[in-house]
Design a protein around this ligand. Sequence first.
Ligand SMILES: [Zn+2]
Length: 339
Amino acid sequence: MRTRRFSGRWPIAAALALAWLAAASPAGAQPGVLRVVTAGRERYVTLRDFAAAWGLSYSLPAARLVELSSSWTRIRFETNSREAWFNGLHIWLHAPVVTVQQRWAITEADAKKVIEPLLRKNALLRGQRARVIVLDPGHGGQDAGAQGRRGVQEKGMVLDIAKRARTHLANAGYKVYLTRDTDRFIELETRAARAAAWGADLFVSIHLNAATASTAKGIETYVLAVPGYPPTSAAAGSSVPRLVFPGNRNDSANAILGYYLHKALIDKTRAEDRGLRRARFVVLKNCVRPAVLLECGFLSNRNEESLMLTSAHREALALAIAKGIMDYSAAVRAAQAAP
Ligand SMILES: [Zn+2]
C-alpha cells in the first residue's frame, strides 16, 4: 500500500480507515482514494477530492482562497495562481489552481510532488539519510556574486554563514563538508560532483539575492522543479522540455528538506516570506541526494545589506540553516523507525 499512492481504487471501508489514519497521524499519513481528472493534456486532482482523500475539510474562507484543514494542518490555495500557504508558510505550485469540471483543481504533479510530501514527511523519507551534510557557499574567487550598494559581496557573506552553520552542525554530531572554505572559485558542476564524492546525504547551497528593484526583500528557498513544468521565475504555463535530471529522483525529499529549511529561516529571521520555489539551477539538477538552494536576503536592499553586515544576523541565518537540517534529519530518523 505504501507504494500504491493514487494508483487504484480501494474498497470504501479501507478508504474510510485511511482517511481516518490521515486525520489521526499527520507525519505518517497515507492518502485515501484520489481521482485524477484529465483536461486537455494535463492531469488534475480537484481540491475537494484531495481534501476527502486526506481527511481534510474543504472551505472557501475568502474571495480567491480555497482552504483545506484539519486540527493541525491548514493549506490555503489562491485561485488562478501558483501561490499557496502550508501552515502559514508560503509555497509555490508548478501550475495555477484552475477550475476543472466546475471544481477548483491542482495538477496531479503538484498534488504528489508539492503538497503530499508535506503531509506525509515521514513515510516519504524512508531510504534517505541525513548524517553527512554538504554546505555550498555560492560563488568565490573572481566570481563575487551579488554586490550591495555599500560594496558588500555575496561570496564573503555566504562563506561566513556556511562556516557558522558548519560549527552548529558539527557540534550536534553531523559530518559536515564545505564545497569551499576559502575565497576561491569553483565551477558549478564541480560542486555537486564533490558532494557525491564525499558521500553527501544532503546538499544545501547558500546564496544572497539581488534585484533591480531596491524594494525587493526577503528569503527564497529553491528546490528542483519537477519535469515538464516551468520554474517559479517564469510565467505559469510556459512550455519547457520534459527533461528528467538526477535531482528529480528525490523530488519528494527535496520538497521536505526545502520546507524545513524555509520554515526555519522565516521563523528565525521574520524576514519577508517569498516562498519555497522551484528552479533548475545546475547544483539542484545534478545532485544525486536531496538538495536545496537558499537565497537568504537581498544585498540590493539597503536594510537587508545593513543587516547582513551584522554578525548577529549571519549567526541567526546559520542557526536557522542548522535547525532546518536537524528537523529534516529528525524526520528521516522517524521514517526509519516507523514499522
Ligand atoms: Zn548567488
